[in-house]
Design a protein around this ligand. Structure first.
Ligand SMILES: [Zn+2]
Length: 391
């Protein structure tokens, strides 16, 4: 009898694991994975000033190749529960649709991975021809301090080595099979601060209005694209998100103006090159006037998993099981793949993302069955002969 991804997903959805609460979700995975012969570790990560977060690492097999299935069981808050047609943690199934917070982001995909692995093991005498691990965090939707980063560091200390990873974020815009993510843009935040000299608005010659200068600098910084894009990425983009003077009066020239911005950048850039580029543009526009930029620390670097045998194995399994040739994309926000890429090549494939973080988040049960088939195909080929991957 094959494992049932719908029942597994439903059980997971009934665990109220809003970050940083474990909510019973990791305990549930622990039970299922231990029962299948995995060695399960549950690790509580602690950082002063943040909530403790529980994470899970489970492995079966001791040999290579070592395939890691990564994900998160934490979910964003449901919002106004009265607006949900079905309780966010009830796990209701109506007309072939399973409702609940985390249905697509991403307990559904974890359930599919689980079902695929159970079936793969059952068909192979209970052990993989190599190793399979689950790397599951409870801190992805929060500040991501006590999550995947620390779990990976913990595993490295243990001597764990990974060959490839599949992260189950919801990657498909519309239909299962639309899109695989093979990289993500980096993200960097900064604040442009211009100081001048406060004064009476009727005597501008006696003051130095920072608003004039900040407008000129903002225009210059935004005028040209930061680059023209690259083989797998859109052009890097800078967006101002807030402009603040905080002046309550109508007759005082303020002494300071601030503008916050975010940059989503591609593999033409690093944090260092972006800072240099933006500061150079600002300097030219400031014409010797005072300004400064405060850059926020960022752990969101750009990365790309170059198309090759692993990407090909995953995308051909998707094409085979869904009938769609997935686009190889680097679009969207950041994900925990940006941390995993420091340890092994990582690609992302999961459910349809149309309802993620929304009221009435839901997944078609047919998609759960289809995604399980995709993951199963990947496992069979990854651990089968002639996969073209390091064995
Ligand atoms: Zn997610």
């Amino acid at each position: 009898m094959s494992a049932d991804p719908i029942a597994l997903a439903r059980d997971l959805l009934r665990c109220p694991s809003v970050t940083p609460a474990e909510g019973g979700a990791l305990a549930y995975l622990d039970k299922v994975l231990s029962g299948a012969g995995f060695t399960v570790h549950r690790i509580v990560s602690v950082e002063p000033g943040t909530d403790d977060v529980e994470n899970l690492y489970a492995r079966i097999g001791t040999e290579g190749p070592h395939l890691v299935l990564a994900g998160h069981t934490d979910v964003v808050p449901p919002g106004d529960e009265a607006r949900w047609r079905h309780g966010p943690f009830a796990g209701d199934i109506v007309d072939g649709v399973l409702f609940g917070r985390g249905a697509v982001d991403m307990k559904g995909a974890i359930a599919c991975k689980l079902a695929a692995v159970l079936d793969h093991l059952a068909a192979n005498g209970g052990r993989p021809k190599g190793s399979i691990s689950f790397l599951i965090t409870g801190d992805e939707e929060g500040i991501a301090v006590n999550g995947t980063v620390k779990l990976l560091q913990w595993a490295a200390v243990l001597g764990e080595k990974f060959d490839h990873c599949i992260l189950g974020e919801p990657t498909n815009p519309k239909d299962l099979g639309d899109m695989v993510k093979i990289g993500r843009r980096g993200s960097l935040n900064g604040t442009l601060i211009v100081t001048g000299t406060q004064g009476h608005v009727a005597y501008p010659a006696l003051a130095d209005n920072p608003v004039r200068r900040i407008v000129a600098i903002m225009a210059a910084v935004m005028a040209e694209p930061l680059d023209a894009g690259s083989a797998h990425f859109d052009p890097s983009n800078l967006e101002f998100t807030s402009v603040d003077v905080g002046n309550k009066t109508v007759n005082v020239i303020p002494s300071e103006a601030r503008a916050r911005f975010n940059i989503r950048f591609n593999d033409h850039h690093s944090h260092t090159s972006l800072r240099a580029l933006v500061e150079a543009r600002a300097r030219t526009a400031a014409k010797g006037g005072h300004f400064r930029i405060e850059w926020e620390p960022s752990n969101a670097d750009v990365f790309l998993t170059e198309p090759g045998p692993f990407v090909e194995l995953v995308s051909s399994a998707i094409a085979e099981m869904t009938g769609r040739q997935p686009a190889l994309s680097t679009s969207g926000g950041t994900s925990d793949a940006r941390f995993i890429k420091n340890y092994c090549p990582v690609v992302e494939f999961g459910l349809v993302n149309a309802t993620m973080h929304k009221i009435d988040e839901c997944v078609a049960t047919a998609d759960l069955v289809a995604l399980t088939a995709v993951y199963r195909r990947i496992l069979d080929r990854y651990f089968g002969a002639g996969s073209g991957l390091p064995q």
